[in-house]
Structure formats: structure tokens, C-alpha cells
Design a protein around this ligand. Structure first.
Ligand SMILES: [Zn+2]
Length: 333
């Protein structure tokens, strides 16, 4: 017997009390629609915001961080909204809804991406794979050969994931080599500026956002995997991005977000660099609810699912509770 249906019946308040959590930080990336169905549609986002304002207290990230630094308990109904990367689709689809519902959010931007003439590396790979006329490719990568099936859209998406996995284990130079090789092998040249589907907001557009509602945090200069970077590169990515955003926007930057954000993607050197650069907090891309003893420099986040049922379960802590129940049952029986 699973605990999930019981919790589903009794509702969110019980789940929140049982998990003894002090809140949740939600993580969003892209908005609108795309062929692969990976983005959060405006309709789903609106449904989620309506649900959050009705059942939770949506707080700015800085309030949660202040409570954590001060050792104060968090209200179990606290929810924080964060959005990574700074794509143009945020301004088009998500921002008007955040304004309408008066929901505060933190937007983590990649400074070179906002400059307008820089491709996020995973988008560059995606573009080449989607544009090529080739139906297969033996890609030289990392001293070996990766066989790529490009015969259909789902196959190309799988190829993208496979190359992405390899790239996450490389440093910047290694990733750059992969992108050059891909362009050569698949006979596609990446344009200098990202095309609309891959475009970031401009600095002017970010300055135009309501600063009372949208806080801007740093997501580095070039979105590298920090655990694969040299100490000097970590210091540059973490420190320079903060200085650049502060200079461009004329306001302090207190929040940082580790690129990719899985446990293997940030290490002690990265955490230390974030503290030394003067940030007050940093978010990761895994984990569950925030307790009042949480480390502000490893703030866990919950990815916002597109499906409302999954979203409600995650935000109410049912997923965490069910996971805990499964772990307990396995250990006990
Ligand atoms: Zn990111």
C-alpha cells in the first residue's frame, strides 16, 4: 500500500505538516510551446500561479535567505519561484502572468547570453542537430566515436541528450571542440547570434522588468559546469558575472545559481567562490523542501512539472513524503 493516495485524499496541509518542511523553492526554465513539448505553456504557468497564490505564501527568495541566515523558522506555506538562464520567452509568456498575480520571482541570468551574441552550449548542440540534413553520424568525441541516429525528431532529441551527457563531463575547451566537430560533421554553421528560439533577453529588457517583483541573480558568465573548471575560471565566472550584472542594472546581486546544478556539477571550490564573491545564497537543481537549518549556499529546488497533478504533489511535499515512505518500508521489510 502506498501512502500517496492517502495523502492525496487528506490534502496538502497534512503532507506539509508531516514533511516538517519550511518551504519550497521552485525551478522553471523555458516557457511557451516547442515541438518537443519541453516548455511550460502560459496556460499551465497561469494554473500553477493561481494554485500557489491560493494555497501558499509566495515569497521573494531574499526573505527565505534572510530567515536562514538569521536562524528563523520558515512558514511551511512558503514557496519561492525561480527561473534559470534568462531566455526571451520568460518576458513574453511568464512575466505578464507574474505581474498579474503579483508573484515575486528570482531570474538567474547568464551574462554573456544576455549580451546577445553568445549561444548557450546546449542550444548550439541542439541547433546543429535539428538543422542537419544527415540522418546519421559517427561523431568523434572524447577519443571515441558516438553513433548518432538522426532519422527522426525523437531520435535527434535523444542524440542531443547523449551529447549533452558527454559535454557535462568536459571542461570548456572540450565542449568547444565537440561543437566545432558537430558543425563540421553535420555541415551546419552556427549563426553568430542565437536565432529567436534560442535567444536571451537583452539588458534593456531586463532593466525594463519591475524590479520590485523580479530580482536578478547570477547564473555565471558562460554557463560552464563549475566542477570541471579551474579555480581561476570559477572565480571569474562567479565574481565577474556579479560585477557585470550590478554595473548593468545598478543594483546589488545577492543570489547565485550553479549551472546544471546537480551534485556533480558544483564542488567545494565553487561554493567557497560564491561566498567569497559576496553572494548571500546559491541554489542547486535537485532536492526537496527547505528546512530552517538548510545551507543558504546549497539551497535545494524542486523542478516545476508541466502536469498540474505532478506539480501539486511536488509543491505539497507528497513526492518527498512518498519517497520517504518507500525508503522506510524498504529498510524495515
Ligand atoms: Zn541554466
Amino acid at each position: 500500500m502506498s501512502l500517496k493516495p492517502i495523502v492525496g485524499l487528506l490534502g496538502g496541509p497534512l503532507a506539509r505538516r508531516l514533511t516538517r518542511s519550511g518551504g519550497r523553492v521552485l525551478m522553471y526554465h523555458r516557457f511557451g510551446t516547442d515541438a518537443a513539448g519541453r516548455r511550460m505553456t502560459a496556460t499551465s504557468f497561469e494554473q500553477q500561479l493561481r494554485y500557489l497564490v491560493r494555497h501558499f505564501r509566495v515569497s521573494p527568495l531574499r526573505d527565505v535567505v534572510q530567515a536562514l541566515h538569521g536562524g528563523r523558522a520558515l512558514d511551511a506555506r512558503t514557496v519561492v519561484v525561480t527561473i534559470d538562464d534568462g531566455y526571451e520567452d520568460f518576458r513574453e509568456h511568464a512575466y505578464p502572468l507574474l505581474r498579474r498575480f503579483e508573484v515575486p520571482a528570482t531570474l538567474f541570468v547568464v551574462t554573456r547570453f544576455v549580451d546577445g551574441d553568445y549561444w548557450l552550449w546546449f542550444d548550439a548542440v541542439h541547433y546543429v542537430l535539428l538543422q542537419t540534413a544527415r540522418s546519421r553520424c559517427a561523431l568523434p568525441i572524447d577519443g571515441g566515436i558516438l553513433q548518432l541516429d538522426l532519422s527522426s525528431m525523437p531520435a535527434r532529441q535523444r542524440a542531443w541528450s547523449a551529447i549533452g551527457e558527454r559535454c557535462l563531463a568536459m571542461d570548456g575547451a572540450g565542449r568547444e571542440t565537440v561543437i566545432q566537430t558537430l558543425q563540421r560533421e553535420l555541415q551546419i554553421a552556427i549563426p553568430e547570434r542565437p536565432l529567436p528560439a534560442y535567444r536571451g533577453m537583452t539588458w534593456d529588457e531586463i532593466r525594463g522588468l519591475d524590479r520590485e517583483l523580479i530580482d536578478i541573480g547570477s547564473h555565471t558568465c558562460t554557463h560552464p559546469v563549475l566542477s570541471r573548471c579551474s579555480a581561476a575560471d570559477i572565480a571569474r565566472e562567479v565574481g565577474d558575472s556579479r560585477r557585470i550584472i550590478e554595473r548593468r542594472l545598478g543594483r546589488p546581486v545577492e543570489a547565485f545559481c550553479y549551472p546544471n546544478g546537480e551534485p556533480a556539477d558544483y564542488d567545494e571550490r565553487a561554493v567557497l567562490a560564491v561566498k567569497q564573491a559576496g553572494y548571500r545564497c546559491a541554489t542547486v537543481a535537485h532536492g526537496g523542501p527547505i528546512v530552517s537549518t538548510a545551507d543558504p549556499y546549497r539551497l535545494e529546488r524542486i523542478g516545476a512539472a508541466r502536469e498540474m497533478v505532478k506539480f501539486r504533489s511536488a509543491v505539497n511535499g507528497v513526492t518527498t513524503l512518498a519517497d520517504g515512505w518507500r525508503a522506510w518500508r524498504t529498510a524495515t521489510f
